[in-house]
Design a protein around this ligand. Structure first.
Ligand SMILES: [Cu+2]
Length: 117
């Protein structure tokens, strides 16, 4: 589905369940855990990312492709375009323990998951 359409769906979902987007987050401190991930032509590397539950962390995403990608996860309430060859930083959490799927929204067969413990 298109970027715009999935954003609208997500907003509609949040309204429906009575939650609101998180407020703007404070800048990260150096203490926060940082995890790195790359987007390749057919997969994320790693495809399963283990993260610490209960703390805010940094996710550093590099797009190793020659085309734009979009890290997207309604479960994580995150959506970020990553231009080809570039790296973005996404702040996530604190997460409850659980499994959080994500996808390259521009190439939906490319999927991964985050496991918070
Ligand atoms: Cu999208």
């Amino acid at each position: 589905m298109s970027h715009t359409r999935c954003s609208l769906l997500r907003l509609a979902t949040m309204v429906a369940v009575g939650t609101v987007p998180m407020a703007a987050r404070a800048p990260a401190s150096a203490q926060e855990p940082s995890y790195s991930m790359a987007i390749h032509d057919t997969h994320f590397e790693p495809g399963t990312l283990n993260v610490r539950a209960g703390v805010k962390f940094k996710l550093v995403v590099t797009n190793a492709r020659k085309v734009a990608a979009e890290f997207e996860s309604p479960e994580l309430n995150r959506e970020k375009v990553v231009p080809p060859g570039q790296t973005v930083t996404i702040y996530i959490g604190p997460l409850a323990p659980g499994t959080y799927p994500f996808v390259d929204d521009f190439h939906q067969s490319t999927k991964g998951q985050m496991i918070a413990k």
